[in-house]
Design a binder for this molecule. Structure first.
Ligand code: CP
Ligand code: NVA
Length: 292
């Protein structure tokens, strides 16, 4: 069983949330002695890498961090050959790739569980952990979440997650930066509480949570000037937050202070970004227990 998209967790999402809560409260994790998780990362990471490595330590297993520069992938070994080889050694693999298609290709040739640790399309583990954070802070999902900014990987998985738990979600993006239409289609087939719009003021109206992410994701650095121009008006700042229903502030991190979010909002008492970061660990332990 793999987690390539947030929709893959549909059947066991509530169980996962429950188990992550237990683990956070100190329940003993199911052991994964002698098991090894590979972390095959084409891009930088602080939270995902460290939380997965620590999760494996807590489970009594081991992890190996692999990047293209230090493996034969960087010298052109194919994704398929890499997948077939690593499947012979590892018990599961978490992959952070530029292209979602690389992840899919790896999974197609792999015989072990594959976890999407972020691609250009989705960041499902982030969304799972964020649902844990929302449940913890709000006691459930009878809330409205507004996502303001880029309709990127984080936004896509969050849309799927919101649909799966029946949470109301309003997404506001500039024209041309909408979330993946296929993700939105799937989400809307599950839930009628997902809305995509352009107006950030309309999105945050009545929202109890405001979520944002960077305007320039990893791999988009050359679009920086254009993106900063296009996202003007989509900054999560005091003025926007005041239009909400005393919203809590979420961000997957890393944040670009002063771009998508102002420093005062990110550091305000309403900000729960470090609880989000912590919950990555608890959720990943629950996920690894299941997939290993
Ligand atoms: N939120 C998140 O995935 O952070 P990293 O890029 O540091 O892993
Ligand atoms: N959207 C960001 C998320 C980083 C965790 C990126 O892809 O760079």
């Amino acid at each position: 069983m793999s987690l390539l998209s947030i929709f893959d967790a549909a059947d066991y999402l509530s169980e996962l949330l429950h188990r992550a809560e237990e683990l956070k409260k100190g329940a003993a994790p199911r052991r994964a002695d002698g098991k090894t998780l590979g972390l095959l990362f084409e891009k930088a990471s602080t939270r995902t890498r460290v939380s997965f490595e620590v999760a494996m330590t807590h489970l009594g297993g081991h992890s190996i961090y692999l990047n293209p520069q230090d493996t034969q992938i960087g010298r052109g070994e194919t994704v398929a050959d890499t997948a077939m080889t690593l499947s012979r050694y590892l018990d599961a693999v978490a992959i952070r790739a530029f292209k979602h298609s690389s992840l899919m290709e790896f999974a197609a040739h792999s015989t072990i569980p594959v976890i999407n640790a972020l691609t250009d399309r989705e960041h499902p583990v982030q969304a799972l952990s964020d649902l844990l954070t929302i449940k913890e802070k709000k006691g459930g999902f009878d809330v409205k979440l507004a996502y303001v900014g880029d309709g990127n990987n984080v936004c896509n998985s969050l849309i799927g997650g919101a649909a799966l738990v029946g949470m109301e979600m309003a997404v506001a993006t500039p024209k041309g930066y909408e979330p993946d239409p296929e993700v939105v289609r799937k989400a809307k087939a599950i839930s009628d509480r997902i809305e995509v719009m352009e107006d950030p003021h309309a999105a945050v109206s009545g929202a109890e949570i405001i979520y944002t992410d960077v305007w320039i994701s990893m791999g988009q650095e050359e679009e920086k000037t254009k993106r900063i121009r296009d996202f003007r008006g989509y900054q999560v700042n005091r003025e926007l937050v005041e239009r909400s229903d005393d919203a809590l502030i979420m961000h997957c991190l890393p944040a670009k202070r002063g771009l998508e979010i102002t420093e005062d909002v990110l550091d305000s008492p309403a900000s729960i970004v470090f609880d989000q970061a912590e919950n990555r660990l608890h959720m990943e332990k629950a996920l690894l227990e299941r997939l290993l």
